[in-house]
Ligand binder design. Structure first.
Ligand code: ADP
Ligand code: ASP
Ligand code: MG
Length: 466
């Protein structure tokens, strides 16, 4: 049995959590399983480092660096001391050296007043560079031989799209060549979230990218299973922070999880399903702090059961781009010009809706790309193809997800009737042809309420799926 186990930020946040992770790994390794581990940065560390780098590019002094580095040093060394006292003298200098390197880079950002996407990626992965040696040492301390690798050393080669890189197909044989031999008698501990280009330039796989790393490794090694260890009991009917009665979904399909994660369910990175799906590898989402619970199993099968809707999710950092103008009516090529303009500006379009009059096209993009999108479309006004392009950032997208919706009548009706009754105005609607989701846009203030109403409407707090 070969398993890839990924431990997220909260699962390695402190000595207690790492102790739990080590106990889980040891149990399976001792039982003769082949295990490769993927780890995140300790919870909050990536945020801290990125915030620091971003602010230094505009700062007037560099005094913030020293206390920040000092804080990271204290945190990681204290954890190391607790989880691996016997390895402290060997591993502490590794951590200190990495922090010195990070500090040098942060000073360089300040002096240059420049943070390119490439240097931002290089800096962002220090959270994993600090956590992985601590976890590797903790395993050794527990008698489990381990080898620590960064994403690049593990063989992950990616596109050069910094901040959102995608693994190249050529990674698989490399990963196999690098990682598989180590698994014969040890546990490789691989830093999540990172890879490198063919030229060896460090890239990141997008925030929360360690899930994606686990799936890439699982695919390359044709693992039997991928286990995502996190801080909730599995994939739930909605974010439990939003609806306290949210329930664990015992089994769900790859396509449903893709929709959920695409529309903001933070529990999985949106690209992480695909590599596992390619090889039909089951992915389990489990709770490090409650390991006895089976969690959620993600597979190909669409166990629709009696439920049409499985989960509700929402994403709030989006913007609606509205493109209007009577001159769009009946004019071929407007949509093509819009989409090629946006693609040229690297804007990712998340949702599309076009009024049947054709006088209006609305798009949903990430909030951070709103201005870029408007600028990219300005050209259409100049060419008299459209009259106006506006961006509204006061919106959020909600998605109702469930494979059982395909062919079932009435889900859209129920959704919008429930929202209408609650006085929530729906600004835009989109349904994919796969019918796995219905997504719509409401004003930002209505987002959480819309999720709660629909969670109630589809009785998601009640009963079980089995
Ligand atoms: P990790 O650090 O382990 O990767 P994350 O914080 O990235 O953990 O993801 C887990 C969190 O995702 C949960 O604590 C939960 O608040 C949030 N979440 C959002 N939507 C869902 C959902 N549908 N099911 C489970 N958790 C969700
Ligand atoms: N540490 C990275 C992040 O915070 C990757 C991850 O946790 O999956 O985004
Ligand atoms: Mg995560």
């Amino acid at each position: 049995m070969m398993r890839i186990m990924k431990f997220g930020g909260t699962s390695v946040a402190n000595a207690e959590a790492i102790g739990r992770a080590v106990a889980i790994i040891k149990e399976h390794f001792s039982a003769g399983e082949k295990i490769a581990v993927v780890v995140s940065a300790q919870s909050g560390v990536t945020d801290t480092i990125i915030r620091m780098a971003d602010s230094l590019a505009m700062a007037t002094n560099e005094e913030i660096i020293h206390p920040c580095i000092g804080g990271l040093e204290k945190q990681h060394l204290a954890t190391l001391q607790e989880v691996a006292p016997d390895r402290y003298s060997e591993v502490a200098p590794v951590i200190q050296k990495r922090l010195q390197t990070l500090s040098n880079f942060l000073h360089a950002v300040f002096h240059l007043r420049e943070l390119t996407p490439r240097s931002r990626d290089y800096i962002s992965v220090f959270g994993e560079r600090l956590s992985a040696p601590v976890i590797g040492a903790a395993l050794m301390q527990a008698g489990v031989p381990s080898v620590v690798l960064d994403g690049c050393e593990a063989g992950i080669r990616t596109t050069a799209v910094h901040g959102d890189a995608i693994a190249l197909p050529g990674s698989a044989p490399r990963i196999k060549h690098r990682v598989l031999p180590l698994m014969k008698d040890a546990v490789p501990v691989i830093m999540g979230f990172m890879g490198c280009t063919e030229e060896g330039i460090i890239t990141t796989l997008g925030r929360s990218g360690s899930d994606y790393t686990a799936s890439i490794i699982g695919n390359a090694l044709s693992a039997d299973e991928i286990w995502i260890w996190t801080d909730v009991d599995g994939i739930m009917t909605t974010d439990p922070r939003l609806v306290s009665t949210a329930r664990v979904i015992p089994s769900i399909s790859y396509s449903e999880v893709m929709e959920l994660s695409y529309f903001g369910a933070k529990v999985m990175h949106s690209r992480s399903v695909e590599p596992a799906m390619q090889k039909n590898i089951p992915v389990w989402v489990k709770n490090t702090f409650n390991p006895a619970i089976p969690g959620t199993c993600i597979t190909k099968g669409q166990q629709t059961g009696s439920r049409v809707v499985k989960a509700i999710t929402y994403i709030d950092r989006v913007a609606a781009i509205n493109i209007t103008g009577a001159s769009m009516i009946g004019r071929p090529g407007v949509a093509k010009t819009i989409f090629s303009g946006l693609a040229g500006a690297q804007v990712n379009v998340m949702m599309i809706s076009q009024g049947s009059s054709e006088a209006n096209i609305s798009l949903i993009v990430e909030e951070s790309q709103a201005q870029v999108a408007v600028l990219a479309l300005r050209d259409l006004i100049d060419r008299c193809m459209v009259r106006e392009v506006t961006a509204n950032t006061d919106v959020c997208a909600v998605a109702v997800v469930g494979a059982g919706m395909a062919g079932a009548l009435g889900t859209a009706g129920r959704t919008f009737t429930a929202l209408g009754k609650a006085g929530i105005n729906v600004m835009m609607i989109s349904q994919g042809s796969s019918e796995v989701n219905i997504s719509f846009v409401v004003s930002q203030k209505d987002g959480p309420e819309a999720v709660r109403i629909l969670h109630d409407e589809f009785l998601l707090s009640e009963g079980s799926d089995e």
